[in-house]
Unconditional design. Structure first.
Length: 190
């Protein structure tokens, strides 16, 4: 059975690759900015479902995997920063503090009329890091491509005191949940 990962996220691609099963990556072209929801949980679910609604009809006999993630910090939702400067401001404010991270995972088979929706909650606890670390990090990445302008790879690991959550969720694709759902769709995953 064909598997489509509907993402442009390199982090999600790496998590999916770790399963050792063949899949293709297709960008959904869903306009995430049109999704409106006050609650961060509702927002990520609506966006992941929107991506699936675009892709699943294009690949009706495939299992289509879509996801969306967003951070929640001190009572406010944080998506992707609009600029490097905004990412810098956010990361400096988050030093030494916990950040809640929500990921919606949607698995769809259009022809079978089947869809599962899961919401994953995890938490990043950041170290009290320096402004210099933030500057070095931002010089190496495109922060506008990641929630809060940060990812847990490379120099990004230096920010993290600990991660609380399901494996893969730190890279915006909860691995245990995904594996379980793929098996439910008849896909063999070791």
């Amino acid at each position: 059975m064909d598997i489509i990962l509907g993402t442009s996220s390199k982090l999600r691609f790496r998590v999916m690759e770790s399963l050792g099963i063949p899949f293709r990556v297709v960008h959904s072209n869903f306009n995430e900015e049109e999704t409106k929801a006050e609650d961060v949980k509702d927002l990520v679910v609506a966006t992941a479902k929107g991506k699936a609604a675009v892709l699943a009809p294009q690949y009706p006999d495939a299992v289509v995997i879509t996801a969306d993630s967003n951070s929640f910090f001190e009572g406010k939702k944080y998506g992707k920063p609009a600029s490097r400067e905004q990412a810098r401001e956010w990361l400096l404010a988050m030093a030494g503090k916990p950040i809640d991270f929500y990921t919606a995972l949607v698995v769809t088979h259009h022809t079978l009329g089947r869809q599962t929706v899961d919401l994953n909650h995890s938490r990043f606890i950041f170290k009290k890091y320096s402004e210099d670390l933030v500057e070095r990090y931002l010089s190496q990445v495109d922060p506008t491509a990641m929630s809060i302008g940060w990812g847990p790879e490379g120099l990004g690991q230096e920010f993290l005191e600990r991660f609380e959550g399901e494996s893969g969720a730190e890279r915006a694709l909860p691995l245990d949940t995904l594996t379980r759902r793929l098996r439910e769709f008849g896909i063999k995953v070791s």
